[in-house]
Design a protein around this ligand. Structure first.
Ligand SMILES: Cc1cc2nc3c(=O)[nH]c(=O)nc-3n(C[C@H](O)[C@H](O)[C@H](O)COP(=O)(O)OP(=O)(O)OC[C@H]3O[C@@H](n4cnc5c(N)ncnc54)[C@H](O)[C@@H]3O)c2cc1C
Length: 445
């Protein structure tokens, strides 16, 4: 089916062109569908989903290479979508804060770590009310032995060490600490959701000329003209001016540079004798350094271990092709030398070097939390911006990307004099523990 769409001729003129078939582009498309407008998504890859991708590996292992967890599941637009498409949601909580077998991390130290983490986030919360933004690292307690592990958790959550993370931004994240998974894969769900969209694949946009009416988009498959354009690419594309705007949009470049993509990568290790390992177990590779992996043992009962890495050391490990060997070394040091012969690397992500992603997800640099709103703002009522980095409260996530697409579609509708479409009903519960999503809170029982 995808092949047919690839062969399709590009429409030379549409009402709305959406650049990117990730969660944001699909959210925008679905909100505009049925509005009597011609809408076309221009997608550089030959697949739907962008940073959402499920791989089906030998042994029936399902591996979400990018997004995996439906964070804030009770406020996550992909939950009703999964139900409507008959995907199977696993509501079991994550175990990120636990250490299976208490190996190298006795219970008493786990409690100390949690207390240190709670105290750190409580200082952050207070800091978020200060008149000026600060770096999150400022609020680490000098000399606290748990600082490296608290920073490691930031690397998983933000893709970055705390020193490069804005307190204001962190504190504006909306979190309900309910994290679910899709048994068939989050990437598979998002791909299925996009199956009915009108998408021109293998169509890489290189220039957006908004001096003309309609706007002119130069692509690898010719020129597309559109009255309205919704741009959803990751921040690095604007920041590095990989897609040119004519005339240039210096405010967007500055805002994108304030919201860099962090580093987050995964490795999938198949294991022999899976019954030797606890289902839904978890291990930190080390507890005394930031450069360590977070390991999910037998996720959803599968015969594998999923390793998660974040932060700058991840960039270096991935570039050197050493993610798998690092994971195996750390696990062997925890589980004993016999582990080495039971484990087989099956897959690894490479988001940092993926030319259509250029990184994992955005974080705001200290002093740059307002850049999300600047990036999201429409230009001339014709050029609209979506993507995870433009979400004010669900940034860095797939559902945040989706909602940003719906928001941009609403802006398009309103620019055309249409009524608002696709608003989201949502309870106003604010549980602000952002770090619960991929860190300790959910696992701390
Ligand atoms: C390792 C990892 C783990 C993650 N875990 C989670 C998680 O558990 N839960 C969660 O909610 N989120 C998670 N995320 C984040 C989530 O995947 C992203 O926030 C979300 O998918 C971003 O969607 P988007 O539409 O904004 O961008 P993208 O998905 O990046 O979509 C942009 C699209 O634009 C296309 N494109 C790029 N350049 C061009 C061009 N020049 N012309 C045309 N098209 C172009 C790309 O191919 C892509 O399809 C994770 C991400 C990573 C990397």
């Amino acid at each position: 089916m995808i092949q047919q769409v690839i062969q399709m001729q590009l429409s030379s003129e549409v009402d709305v062109a959406i650049i990117g078939a990730g969660a944001a582009g699909l959210g925008a498309y679905s909100a505009l569908a049925g509005q009597g407008l011609s809408v076309l998504i221009l997608e550089a890859r030959d697949r739907i989903g962008g940073r959402a991708l499920t791989s089906y590996l030998p042994g029936g292992i399902i591996f979400d290479v990018g997004c995996e967890w439906l964070h804030s599941a009770d406020h996550n637009a992909f939950v009703p979508i999964a139900n409507a498409l008959h995907f199977d949601l696993a509501e079991a909580p994550p175990h990120w804060g636990e250490q299976s077998y208490n190996v190298n991390f006795p219970l008493v130290e786990q409690r100390e770590f949690r207390a240190a983490t709670e105290a750190f986030y409580s200082r952050m919360e207070t800091a978020s009310r200060l008149p000026a933004d600060t770096s999150a690292a400022v609020w680490l307690e000098a000399g606290n032995k748990w600082n490296p592990l608290i920073d490691a958790v930031s690397c998983y959550v933000n893709g970055s060490e705390l020193s490069a993370v804005s307190v204001y931004d962190v504190e504006s994240y909306f979190e309900t600490a309910l994290n679910w998974r899709v048994r068939e894969g989050y990437g598979a769900l998002i791909s299925a959701y996009g199956a009915c969209c009108n998408i021109a694949f293998q169509t890489c946009v290189s220039e957006i000329d908004h001096t003309t009416r309609p706007i002119k988009l130069e692509t690898s498959r010719g020129t597309v003209r559109a009255d309205r354009v919704i741009y959803t690419l990751p921040t690095a594309f604007i920041g590095e001016e990989a897609v040119r705007f004519r005339p240039p949009l210096p405010q967007k470049v500055t805002a994108s540079n304030g919201l860099p993509l962090g580093y987050a990568e995964k490795v999938l290790l198949a294991i022999d004798e899976p019954e030797m390992f606890p289902e839904e177990g978890h291990l930190f590779g080390a507890i005394n350094r930031t450069e360590t992996g977070s390991y999910d043992l037998r996720p959803l009962g599968q015969p594998c271990i999923e390793a998660f890495f974040g932060g700058s050391f991840t960039r270096d490990l991935e570039a050197a092709g050493q993610l798998s060997s690092f994971a195996i070394e750390e696990l062997t040091s925890l589980l004993g030398s016999s582990f080495r012969s039971k484990v087989h690397p099956r897959a690894a992500s490479s988001w940092a070097r993926d030319r259509f992603a250029k990184g994992s997800y955005s974080h705001a640099l200290p002093g740059h939390s307002r850049d999300r709103a600047i990036l999201a703002a429409p230009v001339d009522g014709r050029l609209f911006f979506a993507g995870e980095a433009t979400s004010s409260e669900f940034f860095s996530t797939a559902h945040g990307a989706y909602e940003s697409g719906v928001r941009a579609a609403n802006e398009v509708a309103s620019s055309l004099g249409q009524v608002e479409i696709g608003t989201r009903a949502r309870r106003e519960i604010r549980i602000r523990r952002w770090w619960g999503r991929r860190s300790l809170r959910a696992g701390a029982r």
